[in-house]
Design a protein around this ligand. Structure first.
Ligand code: SAM
Length: 254
């Protein structure tokens, strides 16, 4: 059964075996995870941070607890960045969902993510561009520069059931992924000094790119880049954000 928050139907929560919460298999832990998931969603919907049905559905379907280190699984739905190793973080839930809303995602789109991290954000996007239970349509390519995180993301995506809709690549994402370009959408999950020209080139006409631009440490401006039908790019600043640095040839030096 579902219930209503604002105008949006909240479908019943997905049930996982207790063992999927981590080492501690108590049903209280499962309850904490489910309760936090629900509370966070209600807060994001009532504050109108999240308004789109597709975004809400993706949040409900993708199990974030499978994308954080085992010892943090009970905290998976606390709306804050969490450490994933190698000095990197999985972004806060509200930030992932704001990206989904601003990207104006639709089924069938080809999306490039730069900064794969845990794979969670890529799975959320995949759930919108190629929803679970329907024939495969859209696809997400995610590039991560740290080999240990490439493996982490692959394992998480496989376990959560997204490896058919998300391809994880190792490399410098500032250069994009020319073999699969152009992309309908590009999302960059790390902070750049400037917008990498390679990524602008690899965005389709009528495409949308989101990228934090600014200082290497706090703060940056989340920048929305759009291309018109002729391929002319325009950019506008959306909000202040704090991301880890984008390190690469067209980003910050290592
Ligand atoms: N989207 C991720 C998730 O869902 O867990 C979180 C991304 S984390 C905030 C930023 C990631 O960008 C880090 O894992 C970092 O290693 C990666 N990164 C930084 N520079 C990069 C580059 N040039 N190419 C690819 N990945 C990069």
């Amino acid at each position: 059964m579902g219930y209503l928050v604002g105008q949006v139907q909240i479908v019943s929560k997905r049930v996982f075996p207790c063992s999927m919460v981590g080492d501690d298999t108590s049903s209280e832990n499962r309850d904490v995870v489910d309760k936090n998931k629900e509370i966070t969603l209600k807060r994001l919907v009532s504050s109108r941070t999240v308004t789109k049905e597709d975004t809400i559905r993706a949040y409900q379907v993708v199990p974030r607890e499978l994308f954080v280190p085992e010892k943090l699984r009970t905290d998976a739905y606390v709306d804050t960045p969490l450490p994933i190793g190698e000095g990197q973080t999985i972004s806060a839930i509200h930030m992932c969902l704001i990206y989904l809303e601003l990207l104006d995602l639709k089924e069938g789109l080809k999306v490039l993510e730069v900064g794969g991290g845990s794979g969670y954000h890529a799975a959320l996007v995949a759930e919108v561009v190629s929803p679970t239970g329907k024939p495969l349509s859209g696809h997400v390519f995610t590039i991560e520069r740290i080999p240990a995180l490439v493996e982490f993301a692959k394992t998480n995506l496989e376990r959560a059931g997204y490896s058919d809709r998300v391809t994880v690549l190792e490399g410098d994402g500032t250069l994009g992924h020319p073999v699969e370009a152009p992309f309908d959408r590009i999302m960059v999950a790390a902070a750049a000094p400037d917008i990498p020209p390679s990524l602008i080139d690899q965005l389709k006409p009528e495409g949308i790119m989101l990228i934090p631009v600014g200082r290497q440490q706090f703060w940056q401006e989340l920048t929305v880049v759009t291309k018109d039908t002729e391929g002319n790019a325009k950019q506008r600043r959306k909000m202040s954000v704090a991301f880890v640095p984008l390190i690469g040839k067209e980003g910050w030096s290592p």
